[in-house]
Design a protein around this ligand. Structure first.
Ligand SMILES: *[C@@H]1O[C@H](CO)[C@@H](O)[C@H](O)[C@H]1NC(C)=O
Ligand SMILES: *[C@@H]1O[C@H](CO)[C@@H](O)[C@H](O)[C@H]1NC(C)=O
Ligand SMILES: *[C@@H]1O[C@H](CO)[C@@H](O)[C@H](O)[C@H]1NC(C)=O
Ligand SMILES: *[C@@H]1O[C@H](CO)[C@@H](O)[C@H](O)[C@H]1NC(C)=O
Ligand SMILES: *[C@@H]1O[C@H](CO)[C@@H](O)[C@H](O)[C@H]1NC(C)=O
Length: 628
């Protein structure tokens, strides 16, 4: 194993300053070495970056930006040229939506497309987020695909051309190419999982149909292939899509090496399909640069003896900060930046300042966690919402009300320090407004929250099935934040593997792990995958995740309620909720014997969104004592 462990004191390294002016300095920590394949094939993989191309400006561990990634790749390409190996870059989609750098501009993505396309990427695919709005996928077709014309692959994705109206492949179905130094002949596919939520200008072909297409069969039957490369916005584990593709290739080539690059579930993972087929998934939000190498790969070129040895696959999940990037590229602050990398970092900071992303509403006095604190708790973001933000927001409401919102309306933690325009896009990027139903009998309204949290006599899914609403059953996972599925998985296993997210918050000392006093660790991913638990480049302290309810709620103005029942509760209340959960609220009420039509609901809070509510509350309640 390549396992060079360098223990260093935990200290803020001022010699490593990320390019974004407001980014915190990375923290030094014990690192594992890059399992570089000298004379072999090396890959860097990004996925689910969701607009975070400026890096994490409140999390030192992930503070490098896209410009830094460009410099990093440059150094590794040079290393490949020097030792006769190859470096290929892969991106598997969901580049858009989820960060102010993308979402705050009009039109959205005005700046990110030009930033992103400065990186030289060898295989790139679309995620589901590129397809929710027709204008996003049109832009993908008209700008991003031409930018990456030799590398964008769309094996199962078509688009109605905005010019001709004709249905055509978004990009070529596959790509066959030979690597520059080693001459490895690669046949690459680019897939999207069987996604249904796209706008009607794109068509996602189910993978089980794609593998029956003649072009696919022909491609799989190609003879002179040293490696099949399957990039996809598809999880590498428990996904019928990759399993089908794996089987389709193995049916024809029982022995040819295969490599999968996956995404969508936002985790770090590495899966062994068989001894010559492996897949990597590289996290989310620019926290992770996935590295994978294949050594002892036979190229089978004419005249060359085909080696019988099995290729060796190794992976490393790199924390995206300059401390790690300098280390793995054997550079220093003075030798790391390339001109292009520096230019791109500058383009990002220019865009951020044009979008005023650093404009501050107030300063959070402490960290508030979405999943890293139990609920309820002082440091739970959901507790902050139901005990302070919502009651304060509705304080002027004279009628007794119950306010309910889903935890999935919150996307990310709040860190101690400045709460900026950027923060609003991270914490609550959704545009759903509040609605209300007047004069709902208290006996029913007071049960809604319990039902939404599956704490009633019946589960939510059960209610939906009872009502014959299969669409609602399908949308069930959207209620809670997208993080818990993995967190839950961890809790169930009572193991702290695959930790989702680290955040030092501010670069401070953290408790040492037991019995390992000379190696202080920062909290972060502690991934366990099919190759073991040594995949994270930074040796982290594991993070505990907690399950959170689907929905939270607050009772408002009950004391002023008249008339009240004998037990002091109001007879009727206004039921206020986040529009996103309207169908569920109406379903629960119907189950409770109170049937309302959508037309009976009305706008609440003058059309404010959760984002407005939170930023206004922060503005009114959190001052910034010391200017930083
Ligand atoms: C697409 O449309 C939405 C809403 O209509 C708008 O907010 C967004 O900026 C548009 N995006 C692009 C890429 O034009
Ligand atoms: C998509 O839906 C819109 C209406 O929402 C309709 O005008 C348009 O013709 C549809 N396009 C296709 C390709 O079906
Ligand atoms: C790192 O770079 C230095 C010079 O900058 C060189 O002497 C050394 O051999 C390099 N190490 C590796 C592992 O490439
Ligand atoms: C970097 O930006 C400068 C100034 O805009 C420009 O002259 C130069 O060509 C750029 N360099 C690269 C490599 O893009
Ligand atoms: C949590 O809040 C309670 C009540 O306000 C307080 O007594 C306690 O010290 C707080 N705990 C922490 C860890 O801040």
């Amino acid at each position: 194993m390549h396992f060079s462990r360098i223990s260093l004191l935990l200290a803020v390294l001022h010699s490593a300053v990320a390019e974004q002016p407001s980014a915190p300095s990375p923290i030094s920590a014990p690192l594992r070495g890059l399992p570089w394949a000298a004379g072999g094939l090396n890959f860097l993989h990004t996925t689910d970056t969701h607009g975070w191309h400026g890096g994490h400006l409140q999390e030192a561990q992930y503070s490098a930006d896209w410009g830094d990634y460009i410099s990093f790749a440059h150094h590794l390409r040079k290393r490949a040229d020097n030792d006769g190996s190859d470096l290929l870059l892969i991106d598997t989609g969901d580049r858009v939506e989820g960060n102010g750098l993308y979402d705050a501009s009009n039109p959205k993505g005005k700046y990110t497309f030009n930033i992103f396309s400065q990186q030289q990427i060898d295989v790139i695919t679309s995620g589901n987020h590129e397809l929710y709005l027709s204008n996003t996928s049109n832009r993908e077709y008209q700008e991003v695909v031409p930018d990456f014309k030799d590398s964008y692959i769309a094996s199962n994705l078509d688009i109605y051309s905005p010019k001709t109206g004709e249905l055509q492949p978004l990009a070529p179905r596959f790509r066959k190419f030979t690597t520059k130094n080693k001459g490895v002949r690669i046949l690459a596919f680019g897939f999207l999982f069987n996604f249904h939520g796209n706008a009607n200008n794109t068509v996602v072909q189910p993978v089980q149909e794609t593998v029956k297409e003649q072009w696919f069969k022909d491609a799989v039957h190609e003879r002179d292939v040293d490696l099949f490369l399957v990039a996809g916005h598809v999880p590498v584990r428990d996904s019928q899509e990759f399993d089908l593709i794996y089987k389709a290739i193995r049916d024809v080539h029982w022995d040819t090496p295969i490599v999968f690059f996956g995404g969508h579930t936002h985790i770090r993972d590495f899966r062994k399909y068989d001894k010559k087929a492996f897949g990597i998934e590289s996290g989310r939000y620019m926290e992770t640069l996935g590295f994978l190498s294949i050594s002892d790969l036979s190229t089978g070129k004419k005249g060359e003896v085909v080696a019988e040895a099995s290729p060796k696959y190794e992976r490393l999940y790199i924390d995206n900060n300059l401390y790690s990037l300098h280390h793995h590229s054997n550079t220093s602050k003075s030798t790391f930046d390339t001109e292009l990398g520096r230019n791109v970092s500058r383009t990002i900071s220019d865009a951020r300042s044009k979008l005023k992303l650093d404009h501050t509403f107030g300063c959070a006095p402490q960290d508030y966690w979405l999943n890293r604190a139990p609920y309820p708790a002082n440091d739970s973001l959901l507790t902050l919402l139901d005990k302070q933000v919502i009651p304060d927001t509705f304080v002027g409401v004279k009628r007794p009300s119950i306010v309910v919102t889903n935890s999935g309306a919150i996307r990310f933690d709040i860190f101690k320090g400045p709460f900026t325009i950027d923060t609003t896009f991270l914490v609550s990027p959704f545009t759903s407004t509040f609605r209300l139903l007047q004069d709902v009998p208290y006996s029913a309204a007071s049960q809604v929250l319990k039902l939404l949290n599956n704490e009633g006599q019946i589960t939510l899914a059960g209610m939906a099935v009872l009502a014959g609403d299969t669409d609602l059953v399908r949308r069930l996972p959207g209620l809670a934040p997208p993080l818990p599925p993995v967190a839950r998985h961890i809790l169930q296993k009572h193991a702290q593997s695959n930790a989702l997210l680290q955040s030092a918050g501010s670069p401070q000392q953290v408790p040492m792990s037991d019995g390992d006093a000379d190696k202080p660790l920062v909290p972060g991913y502690t991934t366990t995958d099919d190759a073991g638990s040594d995949g994270d480049d930074t040796i982290h302290q594991a993070i505990q995740f907690y399950d959170v309810p689907n929905c939270i709620g607050a009772d408002i103005g009950f004391s002023s309620a008249t008339p009240t029942t004998s037990v002091g509760t109001p007879e009727t209340v206004d039921l206020v909720y986040n529009e996103f959960i309207q169908d569920w609220v109406l379903l629960a009420l119907r189950y409770l014997g109170q049937t309302y039509a959508k037309e009976e609901t009305r706008e609440a809070l003058e059309g404010k969104t959760m984002t407005d509510v939170i930023s206004e509350w922060v503005h009114g309640h959190w001052g910034c004592d010391d200017k930083d």
